[in-house]
Design a protein around this ligand. Structure first.
Ligand SMILES: Cc1cc2nc3c(=O)[nH]c(=O)nc-3n(C[C@H](O)[C@H](O)[C@H](O)COP(=O)(O)OP(=O)(O)OC[C@H]3O[C@@H](n4cnc5c(N)ncnc54)[C@H](O)[C@@H]3O)c2cc1C
Length: 377
């Protein structure tokens, strides 16, 4: 597979680089990390600027290499990343594009691309995380609505979201993978209570969501009733296969900053640390190649990434964690001071191997679905 960029793609890079140089100075200052309404406003304003300049659809581009160039250039220029638009742009939107009707695509995709509406993900429940198909939030048909009752947990950005990609049980009494449906739930519907949860790093980025007889139109169901597990696999393949690619570019930059910090203190004299940073450099380089391969492959197979995304998710989340462990080594006790650069990221890094499916679950998927090994007990 040829992974070099064409002259046309390089011309796209130059245009984008020029646009970034002219546009970034016009962005308002970034809000503080825990100001969620402020972050929502900032992230959606950035998406709107991209949209107005013709780059709004870059994550869904028919030419996926443009997305890679976009990520390289926006990172190089220090532009914001997707932020609060993460779920909408990177997995709810792509799922609706792949599985929704023409009407549904028309209703939900343009506002995501314009930065008008943001989404959260209501998959996990207190007793249904890794074993997602055990979810119990139920949806009962009442005319042209579902009445939804139950609770969700770890719902990132729930406080500021307009829509939730919600998994519900519509087929009680059927085998657990067969009775699930995927709904687009408006977050301002009566009966929804959002209770923020604070992370180790002090940020209230996710929440518990309680649903008490929430009315959701049947027309908001993506896919057939009780076929939600299949639709969910599409969502998860986007989430694990392509949603985190921007973070790899960011990790490469952080690694450069870390090496510079180490050169500035005595840690650089330690050959073991230099080897560690060198190994991480090689690892992120390999991950970037894997992304290029995944993105090209998914293009060849109709745009939905395959289970190979689990290989990426597994390696990426460990490498990112190792990066922040190395940062702690370079910074010493300062790495526990929340006001210092990297500390909140270092504390958050503990969650990378859990969010979007734990490493153990990715290993099970790789073993069973890629290597063809027998199912675990
Ligand atoms: C930062 C962050 C953001 C998140 N955002 C969202 C969100 O926006 N929306 C959402 O729906 N969810 C979100 N989640 C939830 C996340 O998807 C779940 O935490 C994850 O799927 C694990 O589920 P659990 O927490 O219930 O752990 P459990 O399923 O209870 O697992 C506990 C441990 O047992 C292991 N285990 C369980 N089953 C097996 C098995 N069969 N084989 C081997 N090991 C196993 C797991 O790997 C894990 O180590 C987020 C989580 C984090 C940390």
């Amino acid at each position: 597979m040829d992974l070099t960029y064409t002259a046309e793609e390089e011309a796209f890079r130059t245009r984008l680089r020029d646009w970034l140089a002219a546009s970034l100075p016009t962005l308002p200052p970034a809000p503080s990390p825990d100001d969620w309404p402020g972050r929502r406003a900032y992230d959606t304003a950035w998406q709107r600027m991209l949209y107005d300049a013709g780059y709004g659809e870059v994550h869904w581009d028919a030419a996926p290499t443009r997305r890679l160039i976009f990520l390289e250039e926006t990172e190089r220029a220090g532009a914001p990343y997707v932020g609060a638009n993460f779920v909408g742009l990177l997995h709810a939107g792509p799922t609706i594009a792949a599985e929704g009707t023409a009407e549904q695509r028309q209703r939900w995709l343009p506002p995501i691309l314009r930065g008008d509406e943001i989404w959260c993900q209501g998959f996990s429940e207190p007793d249904a995380g890794s074993d997602l198909a055990s979810l119990r939030t139920k949806a009962v048909r009442d005319g042209d609505s579902y009445i939804v009752t139950g609770s969700k947990i770890w719902t990132s950005h729930a406080e500021v979201a307009d829509w939730c990609e919600l998994l519900v049980r519509t087929g009680p009494g059927t085998p657990k993978h067969r009775g699930i449906s995927w709904l687009a739930m408006p977050m301002d519907a009566p009966g929804i209570t959002v209770r923020p949860l604070r992370t180790l790093a002090g940020s209230a980025e996710f929440a518990e969501v309680f649903l008490d007889e929430v009315r959701v139109p049947v027309a908001n169901r993506i896919g057939e009733e009780n076929d939600g597990w299949r639709v969910t696999m599409v969502t998860l393949s986007f989430e694990r296969g392509t949603a985190f690619v921007g973070e790899v570019v960011a990790c490469r930059r952080t690694l450069g900053e870390l090496a510079a910090a180490a050169r500035g203190n005595s840690r650089w004299d330690d050959p073991a640390l230099r080897r560690r940073l060198g190994r991480l450099h090689a690892e992120f380089g390999a991950l970037w190649r894997l992304i290029q391969w995944n993105v090209s492959e998914s293009q060849a197979t109709g745009g939905v990434p395959g289970v190979g995304g689990s290989v990426f998710k597994l390696r990426y989340s460990h490498a990112r964690q190792e990066l922040y462990e190395a940062a702690a080594d370079v910074l010493g006790p300062d790495s526990l001071d929340l006001s210092r650069a990297w500390t909140p990221e270092r504390l958050s890094s503990l969650s990378y191997t859990i969010a979007a499916g734990t490493s153990q679950i990715q290993q099970n998927i790789i073993a069973e679905r890629i290597l063809g090994l027998p199912k675990g007990p």
